[in-house]
Design a protein around this ligand. Structure first.
Ligand SMILES: NC(=O)c1ccc[n+]([C@@H]2O[C@H](COP(=O)([O-])OP(=O)(O)OC[C@H]3O[C@@H](n4cnc5c(N)ncnc54)[C@H](O)[C@@H]3O)[C@@H](O)[C@H]2O)c1
Length: 257
């Protein structure tokens, strides 16, 4: 996709960039010639961003003021924000009965309120330039549920609603908004879950991957972060100008059944 047409260099703000999908998106955007502000609360993100050719901004995005500061930093450095990729996320697994309120609030803050606040803060720049792309990294768990992940699944389902609303409001202003819904991607977030589930079920890690994570998959493998980054780049491109309000599954066929 990204190799078929020249890419117009843009300014992108990407969240959750120290590892996993966000790191892959930053690397791919830099390869395409975009200027990137990589935002993460983990200071290790500075080196990761520098290696890719991006600028790092450290922020705990559960703080609304930090969200505004991140967009302000992109404006100060680059004078505009063209592309926003809402990617930062965490997971916590527990049954509803035992789910800690503080964890629920943290997950909803980071994975639903933060994308809203960043979209709101980046919107004026996109509107003024008549061009904008919001790409929300949702999940297969924005489409279906699994037990034990109430906060994550609620936030991700909410993200689809935010995506559709932004698409409707942005249509006349040259702003598109789309969501990507991956199944399990090979990242630290999933590595931790493999280890936790192996302990919980008394299984080998490979058994957790095959019998739990890939149970519903037609294609029996984990997804590479770079595969998600390719789709982000497409949705953030000029070529995707007619694509908005949609959810793109990269889910190994999980939701086909
Ligand atoms: N890995 C998967 O299987 C998978 C599947 C579907 C969706 N996703 C989604 O993709 C996104 C990225 O996940 P990943 O798997 O790459 O995980 P990851 O743990 O590798 O990356 C998450 C990033 O978010 C950052 N982050 C966490 N809390 C933050 C905060 N308060 N402020 C700023 N940054 C913060 C982390 O430091 C990290 O860099 C998440 O939204 C996740 O829900 C992942």
């Amino acid at each position: 996709m990204s190799g078929t047409a020249p890419t117009t260099p843009r300014v992108a703000l990407v969240t959750g960039t120290t590892s996993g999908i966000g790191e892959a998106v930053v690397r791919h955007f830099c390869e395409l010639g975009h200027q990137v502000l990589a935002v993460d609360f983990n200071p290790d993100g500075a080196e990761v961003a520098e290696r890719a050719g991006a600028v790092f901004f450290q922020a705990d995005l559960t703080d609304g003021e930090a969200c505004k500061a991140a967009v302000a930093e992109a404006m100060r450095r680059f004078g505009r924000v063209d592309i926003l990729v809402n990617n930062a996320g965490i997971q916590h697994v527990a049954p509803i009965e035992e789910f800690p309120e503080a964890k629920w609030r943290q997950i909803i803050d980071l994975m639903l309120t933060t994308p809203f606040l960043l979209t709101q803060a980046a919107w004026p720049s996109m509107r003024e330039n008549g061009w904008g792309r919001v790409v929300n990294i949702a999940s297969v768990h924005a489409q279906v549920a699994s037990p034990g992940k109430s906060a994550y699944i609620s936030a991700k389902h909410g993200m689809i609603g935010l995506t559709k609303t932004a698409a409707l409001e942005g249509g006349a202003q040259g702003i598109t908004a789309n969501a990507i819904c991956p199944a399990y991607v090979k990242t630290p977030l999933v590595d931790n879950q493999i280890a936790d589930q192996a302990k919980l079920h008394g299984m080998e890690e490979q058994q957790v991957i095959e019998q739990i994570m890939l149970k519903n998959a037609a294609v029996k493998r984990l997804i590479e972060p770079a595969e998600v980054a390719e789709l982000v780049a497409y949705l953030a491109s000029d070529a995707a100008g007619a694509v908005t309000g949609s959810s793109w599954n990269i889910d190994l066929g999980w939701t086909a059944q």
